[in-house]
Design a protein around this ligand. Structure first.
Ligand SMILES: [Zn+2]
Ligand SMILES: [Zn+2]
Length: 322
């Protein structure tokens, strides 16, 4: 096997490099990457918004296990939970490994990621992909799990009115997940062709310039824009819930009096469970491939990142080994 590999490396700027192949430490699996998706977090990394990260970004991937202490996974198609936990702190013991204070996060905190031909991950994080799920769908399991996390955190059902703010790739996944609960869902966004992916699923969509706030039981802010938070607070009913899926590069001010006076719950929401995402794909067959705008070979990663930053792009996928 080759001792080097191609990878995208961020160190003030993003470059394509020939690098040493990673070595699996004790308890880790070595995975040959097939494909990896570019997420907004990756775009923030290359803008330098995630302090202290130097290395290979990328955390949404499909690959094949080359070596692992869990021999049953070797040779299988897999993806992986991105948070590497210590397994001994209070959070970990409570089953909240995604919140371990000492965690590594694939391609985000202290661990090289998936924009490479190979990556390593704790063997326990590796999740086998059922044969019925193709690579082009499986590459979206991680963001789909993040969408499913909302249902792990708040009860959503047919008697509720829900507003989704945003029409990017994560927002669309959230829309599909919420729609499956039977709630009365309205989505508001700026881009008609992105909104059409939601309206095709039977979701009521409204262009941002025509939106008039009424009072929703729950508002999910997934626009990535701090104005989305202000809008969410205007659109939620008293005692309602705002779920925040977006992170903003800068500190954000918002109308906290509204939160206090109307007793609004604000829920932060990040990563979800992969098993929930795989079950969702199995039960609801969301048209995940429609989210993929373009695919590039890994060596053309810089061009792929440029494409990912264009306003009408959804998911851009990098294929290693091509
Ligand atoms: Zn992501
Ligand atoms: Zn821990």
């Amino acid at each position: 096997m080759e001792a080097t590999m191609i990878a995208l490396f961020f160190d003030d700027s993003l470059t394509v490099r020939q690098m040493a192949k990673p070595k699996a430490h004790t308890g880790e699996a070595l995975i040959r990457v097939h494909s990896a998706g570019i997420c907004n977090t990756d775009l923030e990394i290359i803008k330098g918004y995630i302090p202290g990260f130097k290395g290979i970004p990328g955390h949404e991937f499909v690959g094949e296990v080359v070596s692992s202490p869990d021999r049953a996974t070797i040779g299988h198609r897999v993806t992986g939970e991105i948070n590497g936990a210590c397994n001994s702190c209070d959070m970990c013991r409570a089953g909240l490994q995604r919140h371990c204070p000492d965690r590594t996060v694939l391609g985000i905190i202290n661990r090289d990621g998936a924009f490479a031909e190979y990556l390593t991950l704790p063997a326990e994080n590796v999740v086998r992909i059922p044969d019925a799920i193709e690579d082009r769908q499986a590459v979206l399991i991680e963001p789909l799990a993040a969408a499913c996390a909302i249902l792990e955190q708040v009860a959503v059902g047919p008697d509720q009115s829900v507003l989704l703010i945003g029409d990017g790739k994560l927002a669309i996944l959230i829309g599909w997940v919420l729609q499956a609960t039977g709630c009365r869902l309205t989505a508001v966004g700026k881009h008609s062709h992105k909104l059409s992916l939601l309206s095709r699923a039977g979701i009521e969509t409204v262009p941002l310039d025509r939106f008039k706030a009424s009072r929703f039981d729950m508002v999910v802010e997934a626009s990535g824009n701090p104005r989305g938070l202000a809008m969410a607070l205007e659109a939620v009913r008293p005692r309602g819930t705002v779920v925040l899926k977006s992170t903003y590069a800068d500190a954000t001010s918002f109308d906290q009096a509204r939160v206090v006076v109307d007793e609004i719950t604000i829920k932060g929401s990040r990563c979800g469970r992969f098993e929930d995402a795989i079950r969702f794909i199995h039960n609801h067959k969301p048209p995940l491939e429609r989210l993929i705008t373009a695919e590039y070979p890994l060596r053309n990663g810089i061009e792929a990142f440029r494409h990912a930053q264009e306003h009408d792009s959804l998911k851009i996928v990098l294929n290693a080994g091509s």
